[in-house]
Design a binder for this molecule. Sequence first.
Ligand code: SF4
Ligand code: SF4
Length: 77
Amino acid sequence: MPKVTVDRERCKGCGLCVAACPQKVLEMSREINSKGYFFARPGVQPHCIGCRICGMNCPDLAIEVAVNGTRYNFFDY
Ligand code: SF4
Ligand code: SF4
């Protein structure tokens, strides 16, 4: 099963990933990170299909998606 992870300290709370996810997996937390932003988090993780659209839409490279043992992120390159 795909697994999406949000690095809360990289997130600036723009909400783009929440709007982009076709499965409505992501939601905004009611907690804030150390910079004072409400960060995104996976709300209904089991609905994730591993499409990685969330990560591609995140301007802060805060999202990683693991699919079949492969970790996809946009900040290791
Ligand atoms: S990988 Fe796709 S389905 Fe999963 S949280 Fe990201 S956008 Fe949503
Ligand atoms: S797109 Fe990135 S920065 Fe914006 S809310 Fe989602 S994880 Fe946070």
